[in-house]
Design a binder for this molecule. Structure first.
Ligand code: AMP
Length: 187
């Protein structure tokens, strides 16, 4: 089964994805982690994206789509993909559909973790202390939230028509969110 965990920064996508990795023996596909890896490796892509990432702006669809592709065509990961933070634009969502079609796969569940700005700001303040992420500064957080709202709304509209789309209150406790997800996927 392939799952998309969707929601604004700080909604708990990473936490729930890691939970699902264990639960269904899946593979987390975190576009944010893949992009941070490129920066840490100081690769050509890393050099191209570091400023946008630090400013809380979206990285170009072409770069993100390229990084995602190899996961979709990896036979060991087939039908075990948990997308975390991808897709984030309509172009990415359409690209994902095409790639999955080509790989004879589909999306089985889309979970939208809905949280308000206040909760997100509180969580990101906490994460800043725990994980020391360079894009977790307050201004970056606000920029990331605004970018999300502008760019990701069409993705939400695109997926919310899907019968496998489920909105979950992302303000709930971690365990409560996990329980809700599991009740839908029925494992
Ligand atoms: P995340 O770890 O998912 O919160 O992502 C951190 C940052 O990586 C975002 O603020 C964007 O700059 C970039 N990023 C992650 N995923 C994507 C994506 N699917 N499309 C464009 N930019 C992304």
């Amino acid at each position: 089964m392939n799952i998309i965990i969707f929601g604004p920064p700080g909604a708990g996508k990473g936490t729930q994805s890691k939970y699902l990795v264990k639960k269904i023996n899946g593979f987390q596909v975190s576009s944010g982690d893949l992009l941070r890896d490129e920066i840490n490796k100081d690769s050509e892509i890393g050099k191209m994206i570091i400023n946008d990432m630090n400013d809380g702006k979206f990285v170009s669809d072409d770069i993100v789509n390229k990084l995602i592709k190899k996961f979709i065509f990896d036979p060991q990961k087939k039908n075990k993909l948990i997308f975390d933070g991808y897709p984030r634009s309509l172009k990415q969502a359409k690209n994902l559909n095409l790639l999955l079609d080509d790989a004879d796969q589909k999306i089985d569940f889309i979970f939208f973790l809905n949280v308000n700005k206040e909760t997100i700001l509180k969580r990101i303040e906490k994460r800043k202390i725990l994980e020391k992420r360079s894009d977790d500064e307050l201004n970056t957080t606000l920029a990331r939230y605004d970018t999300y709202m502008e760019t990701t709304k069409p993705v939400l509209d695109f997926y919310s028509k899907n019968p496998n789309f489920h909105e979950i209150d992302g303000g709930l406790e971690i365990d409560e969110i996990s329980t809700k997800i599991v009740s839908f996927i029925n494992v």
